[in-house]
Design a protein around this ligand. Structure first.
Ligand SMILES: Cc1ncc(COP(=O)(O)O)c(C=O)c1O
Length: 401
């Protein structure tokens, strides 16, 4: 049997349209496809592979746990889950952790918890959830409706109710929308899928204050920004604004599926026994790998390295831009970066991604106008230079038609 792109069309549900390239092996920030072609990986599995491919610490944790115990369900707890939860709470504002299997599920738990908290404490009137246009929170029906792109939630019948969207960084609009009936505000502390958009410091500060004023919970979706991506363990730490609930996934498992919702003891009380759950959430294999990823990322050296590598990316991308005049700006934080196309190349982000792949570089887009880079947090400087050299060739190919 030939496992190729044609087989995808034959046997897979057509909700994705993957590239014809089928990677079969990865090591650090290099990946090889079925034909042996080598790629430098600036995509990191969409901000997931925080330690690149097959990092020895993760491989060893997986093997070790794989020979001990794989799965128990929530009927019994397990050592890796308890250790990981302790480390997450020690390193953040949170006192309590709920484990899920993905970002969407962590967000689903956060939203359900917020609704339950508000119902218990204030009554049924307090159910409004405020979120932001262009935000992305996952694809379950609740999370996709809270996300700020109606196109993703349209066409599936009646939506979860009482969700309001305002523009990110529009404080006046936010101030007009929030009230004592607001139960929670869900936001990314740097919008990823929406185009790598940083929040204004005053905006986030004011959102926090208005949440306090109206007794609304502030939920930070750190699924993309979390676990070192922005150069802080979690982005809220760099912003100096603490949420009431935080969600983490993607880099948390370094490539093994896991999600987590973090909150305070007081808020957590409202998810009583039986109110929410997941068969796989807190699975020992996932937690063992995540613990190894967390231990490796949460060090001064790795976090400082992210900031240094950001500068290498910015310098390289600016040099390419000086030569080819394709970007209006390079934005983002840490290793969550977006090169925004200027008017001349508007809407052509995908062309850059395709040309990059042809030149042996895996990259991403964020919308139609931003080329996005979310590489491994421990990508070597040499791999960054090599990847940027390949990106320059791709840019030249697009510019020269
Ligand atoms: C900010 C944010 N939240 C939630 C999600 C959904 O995560 P998952 O695909 O693991 O459900 C994503 C995925 O891109 C994301 O970027």
């Amino acid at each position: 049997m030939q496992a190729n792109r044609e087989l995808f069309d034959e046997v897979m549900v057509p909700n994705y349209n993957p590239s014809a390239v089928i990677p079969v092996k990865g090591e650090g920030s290099r990946v090889w496809d079925q034909t042996g072609k080598e790629f430098i990986d600036f995509a990191g599995g969409i901000a997931v592979n925080c330690l690149g491919h097959c990092h020895p610490a993760l491989v060893s944790a997986l093997k070790e746990q794989g020979e001990k115990i794989w799965h128990l369900s929530n009927v019994m707890t397990n050592e890796p889950a308890l250790r990981l939860a302790k480390k997450l709470t020690d390193a953040t504002f949170a006192d309590k952790v709920y484990f899920a299997n993905s970002g969407a599920e962590a967000n689903e738990a956060a939203l359900k918890l917020a609704r339950r908290w508000a119902l218990d404490k204030f009554g049924a009137e307090k159910s409004q959830i405020i979120a932001f246009n262009k935000g992305f929170h996952g694809r379950t029906f609740f999370t996709v409706t809270v996300g700020g792109q109606a196109a993703y939630s349209d066409g599936f019948g009646p939506k979860p109710a009482d969700i309001t969207h305002v523009d990110y960084n529009d404080l006046a609009a936010f101030e007009k929308t929030i009230s004592d009936n607001t139960c929670a505000v869900m936001m990314e502390p740097l919008q990823g899928e929406g185009g790598i958009i940083s929040p204004n410091a005053e905006f986030v500060q004011a959102v926090r204050e208005l949440c306090d004023k109206h007794n609304a919970l502030l939920i930070f979706d750190e699924v993309q920004t979390g676990v070192g991506r922005t150069g802080d363990l979690y982005a809220y730490q760099g912003l100096g604004v603490t949420p009431d609930i935080l969600t983490s996934a993607k880099a948390l498992g370094g490539g093994f599926p896991i999600g987590a919702m973090l909150t305070t003891t007081e808020i957590a009380t409202h998810l009583k026994v039986g109110t929410h759950g997941s068969t796989y959430g807190g699975n020992p294999l996932a937690c063992a790998v995540a613990e190894a990823a967390f231990d490796t990322v949460n060090t001064e050296a790795v976090l400082a390295g992210v900031k240094a590598k950001e500068q290498l990316f910015r310098d390289g991308l600016n040099a390419i831009n000086d030569k080819y005049k394709v970007f209006s700006e390079v934005r983002g934080k840490g290793l969550l970066l977006g090169a925004v196309l200027n008017d001349k190349f508007e809407g052509r982000a995908r062309d850059f991604l395709v040309a990059s792949a042809e030149h042996g570089l895996m990259s991403l887009v964020a919308g139609t106008n931003v080329v996005r880079f979310t590489p491994s947090l421990v990508i070597t400087d040499e791999e960054i230079q090599e990847g940027l050299a390949r990106f320059e060739k791709a840019v030249a190919a697009v510019v020269n038609g």
